[in-house]
Structures are given as C-alpha cells and as structure tokens.
Design a protein around this ligand. Structure first.
Ligand SMILES: C[S@@+](CC[C@H](N)C(=O)[O-])C[C@H]1O[C@@H](n2cnc3c(N)ncnc32)[C@H](O)[C@@H]1O
Length: 335
C-alpha cells in the first residue's frame, strides 16, 4: 500500500456496487461521494498513517486464508489465528500498532482485544428495543471502528454505511476487514455533514455518542432525519442530565473532555426531536456509565472514565458535574 492510497475499489471493495444496487443511490450522489472519499484519502496528512498502513499490510500478509466473522456468545470474532506461533506474534504486534482500541471487545485474527468500552453491553441495551432488522439498510454516524455495524449485520441488516472522521478508527476498521473479508459494513473517513443529501433513504439511522459533541444539536438531528426514508427509525444515544434544577448545561469541560457542548434533561431532548419533526419519540433506556463499562485496558492505556470521576463520589465528574448518563431515544421520520 502506498503512503497515500487513492484507489477506492481497493480501499472500500464493493462500495460502489453496493451504493448503486443495494442502497439505490442515484448516480450523481454516488459519484459525489466516491470523489469526496478519493479526495479524503489523497489529502490526509496524518503522521501515523504510514505506520498504520504498514500494520494493515502485515495483517494481510500473515492472516490465514479463511476470512470470515461471527458473533460468538456476544464476542465479535473476526478471522482466525495464524498457523504458526511466529506469524501469530507478528499479527499481535501489528494490531498493537493500531492502539488505542476503544470499541469492542473483539477477537481479531485470534488475538483477544480488550477494548476500553464494553460496547457489547451498549448493544444489549439497544438491541432489546430494535425492530426486526431483516433487510434493513442502516447509516451509522460516528461509528468508531464499525463495531456496531457487525452487530447490526449479525442481527439481519442488509448493509451498514458508516461515517467517522477519525482516521485511527477508520484504519482499525480496515484491519477488521482484513479478517472479516467482504462484509457489507463500510466505515468511511467522512463526517455526517459530508454525505450528499440523496445518498440513500436509510431504513434506520444511528447516532450513538455524537450529539453532545455537536455545537448545534438540532442541526445534527435535521441531518440525521434527512437520511431516513419516510417511516424510518432514528436511534439516538446521548448524554442526559439527572432530574434537577438545570434543564440543560453547556459545560466548558466535562469528564475531562473539552468538546462536550450541550447536555439536556430527557424532556428537553424529546423536545429537540419533536422540534426537528420526528414523531413517536420514545426514551427506551437510561444508563449511568459504570467504570466497568468504560475503563483503561491493556489495549487502551490512557486515562478512562475512572480518572474523569470524582474519586470520592462517582456520582460526579472531576468538574463537579453529574457523572455521565446516557439515554437511548427512538423516533420515527414521518414526513
Ligand atoms: C464517543 S464516540 C462514539 C462511537 C460509537 N458510536 C459508540 O457509541 O461507541 C464519537 C464518535 O463520533 C465521531 N464524530 C465526531 N464528529 C462527527 C461528525 N461530524 N460526523 C460523524 N462522526 C463524528 C468521532 O470521531 C467519534 O468516533
């Protein structure tokens, strides 16, 4: 792989056909999307990219022939171990070049990756409220490494188009695809705002853990709605406040993050969704994130939730604000 690869068919094999035949994306939107992707891959200047590409090259060289994936007792398993101990060591070394691993857990090329997040717990909370996904085309916004895309496919979805502007996560997904082979789960290095309007009328659009990063949450909700077909389902997960005096807060820093803009109480979040034109708005889950669900591991060695909480009172962040709690909202696009 060259330093700045530009061949979209190599980077995202099958994407163009899938956009055309499965998503029924019109030609103009498809060409626009592919041209933008090409530009992103050509113009990135991330200093770690050569190292990540080298790692992915090693994975492609050392992996066994069989490329497949499955969910095994709630663990996402991609590919198989190598046939020799030496090759297996090279695989693990290559996967460590792609640290920190945040979303999982995964068994990738036979290596157990204990990620920062127990995303399987989030999936369990979410899945309980999803309709039958058979044949669904899903857009996953801010997908990270695409973990949930595989869970959606395993639950029957026809395909998942995912966007995330963070290059490390896109490259982790590429590493996952060296093991999975052809899975209809694409993580593209784009922001939601980059997607052409008419890329497709998705049956379901997910935005998990993104809204609070947006300065203008209503603009984000409008964009999500734009990509749903009439009757399609929005799945939104975001921080909410516990009951109290403030209807919302706009913290300068929150749980050691500098990019959390607005945290509403659930009734205000519901109002935002209704103001955007969604109907049948329901909050189906609310959960205070535990230090067992989000934590430092051997594969994510930076600070995690425990260091962002008041050490004497886990109900508060180090800034003295209510500790992270997340609501899952479902809503329908009915226009
Ligand atoms: C907290 S993570 C959530 C990841 C995953 N959805 C989950 O729930 O585990 C937020 C993700 O949103 C991505 N993101 C931030 N701004 C975005 C935008 N404008 N469009 C799409 N993704 C965005 C970030 O790169 C990051 O991976």
């Amino acid at each position: 792989m060259s330093d700045k690869p530009a061949d979209i068919d190599t980077l995202h094999p099958g994407l163009s056909d899938w956009l055309q035949h499965t998503l029924s994306c019109d030609d103009v939107a498809r060409e626009k999307l592919l041209a933008l992707l090409q530009q992103r891959w050509q113009q990135h200047n991330h200093g770690d990219m050569p190292r990540w590409q080298q790692a992915i090259q090693t994975l492609s060289r050392c992996r066994g022939k069989a490329q497949r994936w499955r969910v095994d007792d709630d663990l996402l398993v991609l590919g198989k171990a190598a046939s020799s101990a030496g090759q297996q060591m090279l695989l693990e070394q290559a996967l460590r070049e792609l640290m920190p691993w945040r979303k999982g857990p995964l068994r990738l090329h036979g290596v157990d990756i204990d990620t920062e997040w127990r995303s399987d717990w989030k999936w369990q909370r979410l899945q309980a409220h999803l309709p039958k996904l058979s044949g669904h085309k899903v857009l996953d916004v801010g997908a990270g490494n695409g973990y949930f895309g595989y869970r959606l496919l395993a639950a029957g979805a026809a395909g998942v188009l995912a966007v995330d502007p963070t290059w490390l996560f896109v490259m982790q997904h590429q590493a996952m695809q060296t093991a999975a082979g052809a899975a209809d789960n694409w993580v593209l290095p784009l922001r939601l705002e980059d997607l052409p309007d008419s890329v497709g009328g998705f049956d379901m659009v997910m935005s998990l853990g993104v809204l609070y990063h947006r300065r203008d949450p209503l603009a984000h909700l409008h964009r999500l709605k734009q990509h749903l077909r009439p009757g399609g389902l929005l799945v939104l997960e975001t921080f909410v406040l516990p009951p109290g005096d403030d209807l919302e807060i706009s913290p300068r820093r929150y749980a050691r993050m500098g990019n959390v803009h607005r945290i509403p109480q659930p009734p205000l979040l519901r109002q935002w969704l209704q103001d955007t034109g969604f109907s049948n708005v329901r909050m189906v889950d609310i959960n205070r994130t535990s230090v067992q669900e989000q934590r430092r591991t051997d594969w994510m060695q930076f600070e995690s939730l425990a260091e962002a909480l008041d050490q004497y009172n886990h109900a508060l962040t180090v800034e003295g604000l209510p500790a992270p709690r997340r609501a899952i909202m479902l809503a329908r696009q009915n226009s």
